[in-house]
Ligand binder design. Structure first.
Ligand SMILES: C[S@@+](CC[C@H](N)C(=O)[O-])C[C@H]1O[C@@H](n2cnc3c(N)ncnc32)[C@H](O)[C@@H]1O
Ligand SMILES: [Zn+2]
Length: 218
């Protein structure tokens, strides 16, 4: 049996670092040896906490058909300002000189479902991902956090369509006619360079990081 005060944590802590002789005074050799072996025992390792998977999609987002431009995203419940709506990280990265170099054949329509994250870097959003259906608006309710996260720029009400301005992240040769129907629609969707200064100021930190960095806005 080990001397009882050898066992108690409090005493162990109190005499931490001191030699067993000084500790026990007249303790027997056997007791000292037992104490030494006890000290040498490794503490049981706690099992590593499993990393929680970060959420990539807001649960209050659904895909619906529109009469204007195919499928789009809608809020199935109120979404608070600043909440994550979709995170494109983990999508397949494509390197291309310009967006028109990316193929756009069925069934994937890769070019129409890419997100620019750098001068020659694009993420392809495949059919399994909700973010594939994010539509553009010239009066959007969502914007960027970094290069891949889309967050609510304001409180969004249940039933509202979720949109961001494609010119917050694109700066290549992709151009299409805009059908967003907002009061200040710019009629063409394309490059960040087409964004009016007033819009750049309004969007501020919601512009994709790579463009803010490129133009000294970060
Ligand atoms: C990322 S996808 C969005 C999902 C697409 N609506 C679908 O059904 O697969 C981008 C495409 O959606 C359409 N789109 C999105 N927003 C638009 C807008 N404001 N005006 C015109 N077309 C738009 C265009 O065809 C564009 O190439
Ligand atoms: Zn528009």
């Amino acid at each position: 049996m080990i001397n009882c005060y050898v066992k108690t944590r409090r005493v162990q802590r109190l005499f931490k670092g001191r030699k067993p002789k000084a500790l026990f005074g007249n303790a027997s050799k056997k007791e000292r040896q037992e104490y030494k072996s006890l000290k040498g025992q490794k503490r049981k390792k706690k099992p590593l906490r499993q990393k929680r998977k970060k959420k990539k999609v807001n649960p209050n987002v659904v895909v619906r058909n529109t009469s204007k431009y195919g499928k789009a995203l809608f809020a199935s419940a109120d979404i608070k300002k600043g909440s994550l709506v979709f995170d494109y990280s983990g999508c397949r990265e494509i390197h291309a000189g310009k967006v028109s170099d990316i193929p756009n054949e069925p069934p994937e329509f890769i070019r129409d479902h890419t997100l620019q994250i750098g001068e020659h870097r694009f993420l392809f959003v495949d059919k399994g991902k909700l973010g594939r259906f994010f539509a553009h608006s010239c009066e959007p309710n969502c914007g960027f956090l970094g290069n891949t996260k889309i967050v609510a720029m304001r409180d969004i009400k249940k039933g509202e369509e979720l949109t961001f301005d494609y010119e917050m992240s694109e700066e290549s040769d992709w151009r299409i006619k805009c059908l967003c129907g907002s009061k200040n629609c710019r009629k063409t969707i394309g490059s960040f360079r087409n964004l009016p200064e007033q819009k750049i100021r309004q969007y501020g930190k919601f512009i994709a990081y790579w463009l803010r960095k490129k133009y000294g806005l970060a």
